[in-house]
Ligand binder design. Sequence first.
Ligand code: ASP
Length: 338
Amino acid sequence: MTPTHGSSTPAPTSPPGGDGRGFFHKHLLGIEGLNPLEIGYLLEIADTYVEQNRRANKKKSLLKGMTLINLFFETSTRTRTSFELAGKRLGCDVINMQTDASSIKKGETLLDTAITLNAMHPDILVVRHSESGAVKLLSEKVDGCVINAGDGRHEHPTQALLDALTIRRRKGRIEGLTVAICGDILHSRVARSNIHLLTTMGARVRVVAPPTLLPAAVERLGVEVFHDMRRGLENCDIVMMLRLQQERMRGSYLPSVREFFHFYGLDHAKLSAAKPDALIMHPGPMNRGVEIDTVVADDIHRSAIQEQVEMGVAVRMACLDVLTRKVRETELKNGGAS
Ligand code: ASP
């Protein structure tokens, strides 16, 4: 059986005669279940695209003739734009569809949309949805490959990959680093994908948050739990801040935003507990003065936040490249244009 996704399917075997390196899943729905070789392979390919994106001629015709549909049921700036750019830089046609999830009936309409779009033969569907599991459901109804651009609180695999690429390029490795992921872990798909990726690649991961913003039994994911920022940041190499996701909060999780900043907002005083060369990261969009102080966010020596945005395009190009490889090779064998 061809594996379709990292989580819940065994690690893929290499094709006959292969050296085991590569990425042989049909979709990219999550990081959970991917192995270090697969993650390392995606990062290696992404590295080559970083160089290409820094040249004046950024375009390739690798995906010429293919169609990518960006299907976003939740708002997005960075992710949607960078998938669009990634697709265009690889020469494919890109269509953007932004749908207001609140105005549609869940389930039935999502699948109706999937079936309708499938009839137009897109080769790649990049999907963001507010419900965990919705993207996987959709992937079962379409013929092309599906990339999860964020499903509820579940996963955001390309964000974790671009974070890993940023860390690897700055620190030269991931293994052995101590990474503190801080803030609203409970509502964060970025946290979940990063925990899976970083622990798989041999980093030590800490989560730092008030008890109300932590998922139950989070330590089962292989992380150390801290409720105090200074203790959680002590000697760490990477400080990854998360946005307070108020749109996902039902009920009161915090006394006040001001109090949250006082205890958990990253400022230079709290940062001094980390290693002197610790890197500051944030997936964006940032709430300045809520989870991160503006001076720290803009610190050109410590903050890698803009670099994360740059790595996002390269990582998404790598994902489009590897996921369409099998289709492109088959087309080539059958005598079609590549
Ligand atoms: N952009 C990220 C996401 O879509 C992080 C965030 O929204 O806070 O999950």
